[in-house]
Design a protein around this ligand. Structure first.
Ligand SMILES: [Zn+2]
Ligand SMILES: [Zn+2]
Ligand SMILES: [Zn+2]
Length: 424
């Protein structure tokens, strides 16, 4: 891994790192199992980043894993019984409230054609444009002075907590509806997988697969009286009225709420799994700018983003200094407009874990091919961190080219459906 690598050595190094674009470089000792000799050499380890803009190869694996995690929770497999397919299951989309009028794409393609009075700053709240997907105005406020940046950041920062409390409230309501006596945990367990996605206006919304189980054992059936429709009614009524107290006031869900009941058709389940896996690998706005933490105000100023997204990031950065909001750790999450935590999360008993899938893959890779016994074993405890990325300045480009070749080889004729779904 020096500047003077041959092409074959470079390709070998990229393969060793699993095709990764910016692997972790380690140095450590290896034991030759035939001779007993110990030698020191570098080792490249895949970054395992889920974000496609940072590493296409690792993101591809993550997306495949996400698909397995989502679909085993819907249909069973990998240790999850197939009977989960007959439990009440919903696909739910929850959004943030409005923090000010923004340029949008309605179903008919229009923005805000209905004539409205001017805002208090004298700016029009009417827009006759038809914004296409590439239009940077999309998601930006009609009046930036009317848009409540502070509350938007605070909503993002507390949205995961709002979700957790909402699930608990739905569970309690189901218990009350079904006349459970005493501890409601005896009745039903709500298992879920949730993917957070950023809308163009910079607020997160959640896509959730929600499944009702019995409370006794993981994956056990819920009470027979609990139907898919009663589960849907319970969550709809809680989402409409529920709020949680934050450091500066209550936060609640937006009016845009969608719930679809998943029937027994495998088709709908497969579509939901593919849809969620796709969002799991997106970043804040799909660009590299927002994929990493900011370390200064100047970094935000230099972003190639829209003025609206920059102002959201600045608001989070500045609110980070307010003592009342210290617990929200807003500076560390300014690149995600205040949103904290993982983009993809699941409850403990939803399905198999990402780590279990990685362990199985690692064990498979380590299995010797018959007749080719490995001659080297890494010596535990001798590895030190050397840095990130390849030494060769062209390695990243080559890694991404090899990944594209790999994808083309896997997909001989059918075009990708990845880009077919609309954004919002
Ligand atoms: Zn990687
Ligand atoms: Zn508009
Ligand atoms: Zn205004």
């Amino acid at each position: 891994m020096t500047q003077s690598m041959t092409t074959a050595e470079l390709v070998g190094a990229i393969k060793q790192a699993g095709g990764c674009s910016h692997p972790i470089r380690l140095r450590g000792e290896f034991l030759n199992t035939a001779t007993g000799e110990v030698s020191e050499r570098p080792l490249l380890v895949a970054c395992k980043d889920r974000r496609a803009v940072l590493c296409p190869a690792c993101s591809y694996l993550y997306k495949a894993d996400a698909w397995i995690v989502v679909s085993t929770g819907l249909l069973g497999g990998k240790g999850v019984p197939t009977t989960v397919g007959s439990h009440p299951r919903l696909f739910v989309t929850l959004t943030a409230p409005s923090f000010g009028a923004v340029h949008a794409q309605r179903a008919d393609g229009s923005c805000r054609p209905r004539s409205r009075p001017l805002c208090p700053h004298g700016r029009p709240l009417t827009c006759h444009a038809h914004h296409d997907d590439a239009d940077p105005l999309l998601g930006s406020p009609l009046c930036a002075d009317c848009f409540n940046y502070r509350d938007a950041i605070l909503w993002n920062a507390q949205s995961s907590r709002l979700w957790n409390r909402t699930v608990e409230r739905v569970r309690r309501q189901l218990a009350a509806d079904h006349d459970a006596i005493g501890d409601p945990s005896h009745l039903v367990r709500l298992s879920y997988l949730k993917v957070a996605e950023f809308q163009r206006r910079g607020l997160v919304h959640f896509h959730v697969v929600l499944r009702a189980d019995g409370a006794d054992e993981p994956f056990s059936p819920p009470p027979a009286s609990l139907t898919t429709s009663s589960l849907a009614r319970a969550i709809a009524s809680v989402v409409a009225h529920f709020s949680v107290a934050g450091p500066l006031g209550e936060i609640a869900w937006g009016r845009q709420f969608h719930v679809s009941e998943l029937d027994d058709s495998d088709d709908a389940d497969q579509r939901v799994a593919a849809y969620l896996a796709k969002y799991a690998v997106k970043t804040t706005d799909g660009s590299l700018d927002f994929a990493r933490r900011f370390h200064s105000r100047a970094e935000i100023l230099n972003l190639a983003a829209t003025p609206h997204l920059r102002r959201l990031a600045f608001t989070a950065w500045d609110l980070g200094l307010e003592p009342d909001l210290a617990a929200l750790n807003l500076r560390a999450h300014a690149h995600a407009f205040g949103f904290r935590g993982q983009l993809i999360t699941k409850s403990r008993h939803y399905s198999t874990r990402f780590q279990d899938l990685r362990d199985v893959r690692a064990a498979f890779m380590a299995t010797p091919v018959t007749g080719h016994l490995p001659t080297e074993d890494p010596v535990r405890g001798t590895f030190t961190y050397e840095g990130r990325g390849y030494d060769d300045p062209h390695a990243r480009e080559v890694a991404e080219f090899l990944h594209r070749l790999y994808l083309e080889a896997r997909r001989p004729s059918a075009p990708t459906t990845d880009d077919a779904e609309g954004t919002r």
